[in-house]
Ligand binder design. Structure first.
Ligand code: HEM
Length: 346
């Protein structure tokens, strides 16, 4: 029997979701005090699996709920973002995870001082993992410009768009236990701006090999290091860049965009808003009325996956591969991180 698709959410319902997201952004015990950056990364990794040639992957389906995608090492740490959003899902059970993850990111960016980004809903949640994209489609920070082109051209982005998207590294940080890289790109990683581009150009970035053997680039602000002596000293004042970030400087076609975005914040905001909206639409087919006409949406309608459990449960209690009981152990990880950040040797 054909299912009647659920009615599209009203503007008032969506505003209520955005308001719930805004309320959870302030997380004093997490990282730099905000859930915003990791929410942005969740939406990017949900969409960034898209392949234009085969028309697979992309932001429909919320495949990271399944181990095949959620357990990809490239997605390590994003369970924090998913767990942060569980109370929002509980308060608004009608919304699909695929819509919630993308809407949370645009809400977070705006709330952190970034541009307003056009967002359209109607994504559905996959009912099984058969359409989850293969692993290995997300970029590797240890590589260079050629790799970036390989990854982002596959999604249909241009050189200019690659540079604009990379400006998201103005937010958040790298975690040794997630990606192997460590540190933040800018001093205020919860405020969206074009500081990332300014610092890329202005600082004398030096290669550093971490104890783990991972190579990244660092810059230590001497004044800040002296000031911050009590709060972790040099470590607290150290900023970082990934090898891929550095390739934006050394590549002939990327560099002019780094220079323009460093000089002109408004231009960066305008281009970022456009390209982030494009990112969130990857893998989504719409008709003239804006309704999503992907096969699974037409067949199943606006199918919102049931909310996952918040409480700690033994593995296997939930649908296979569903993540929902992770918040508790992660909280402990993060307490350790907080103590390390303030200078404790753990
Ligand atoms: C250009 C290729 C890219 C590479 C190689 C890359 C790599 C990385 C790595 C290694 C991390 C650290 C993860 C961790 O240890 O927690 C990270 C974090 C982050 N990335 Fe990217 N990324 C890229 C593009 C993007 C794009 C396109 C966006 C969004 C538009 C983005 C947004 C973020 C954010 C917001 C964080 C911080 C997350 C947090 O604080 O937990 N990145 N990225």
């Amino acid at each position: 029997m054909a299912q009647t698709p659920a009615a599209a959410p009203t503007a008032a319902q969506l505003d209520a979701v955005k308001s719930s997201v805004r309320k959870l952004l302030h997380q004093p015990d997490y990282d730099d005090g905000s859930a915003g950056p990791v929410l942005v990364r969740l939406a990017w990794h949900a969409a960034g699996t898209y392949c234009a040639e085969t028309n697979t992957g992309g932001s429909n389906g919320a495949g990271m709920r399944y181990e095949a995608e959620g357990g990809d090492p490239a997605n390590a740490g994003l369970q924090h973002a998913r767990a942060f959003l569980e109370p929002v899902k509980a308060a608004h059970p009608w919304i699909t995870y695929a819509d919630l993850w993308t809407l949370a990111a645009v809400t977070a960016i705006e709330e952190m001082g970034g541009p307003a980004i056009h967002w359209a809903g109607d994504r559905t949640d996959f009912t099984d993992e058969s359409k989850v994209p293969p692993r290995g489609r997300l970029p590797d920070g240890a590589q260079g410009a050629e790799h970036l082109r390989f990854i982002f051209y596959r999604m249909g982005f241009s050189d200019q768009e690659i540079v604009a998207l990379s400006g998201a590294h103005n937010l958040g940080r790298c975690h040794g236990d997630r990606s192997g890289f460590e540190g933040k790109w800018v001093n205020n990683p919860t405020r969206f701006s074009n500081q990332y581009f300014k610092l890329l150009l202005a600082n004398d970035w030096k290669k550093k090999t971490l104890e783990s053997g991972v190579e990244q680039f660092v810059f230590v602000d001497e004044d800040l290091a002296a000031e911050g002596e009590e709060e972790g000293g040099e470590k607290a004042a150290e900023l970082m860049m990934l090898p891929t970030d550095m390739s934006l400087l050394s590549d002939k076609a990327f560099r002019p965009w780094v220079e323009r975005y460093a000089q002109d914040k408004d231009l960066f905001f305008e281009h970022f808003a456009k390209v982030f909206a494009k990112l969130l639409e990857l893998g989504i087919k719409r008709d003239a009325n804006g309704n999503v006409v992907n096969e699974e949406n037409v067949e199943e309608g606006y199918k919102s996956a049931p909310k996952k459990s918040d409480s700690a449960q033994a593995p296997g209690d939930q649908n296979k591969g569903q993540i929902g009981h992770e918040a508790d152990p992660l909280k402990k990880d993060n307490e350790k991180f907080q103590r390390r950040k303030s200078g404790a040797k753990l």
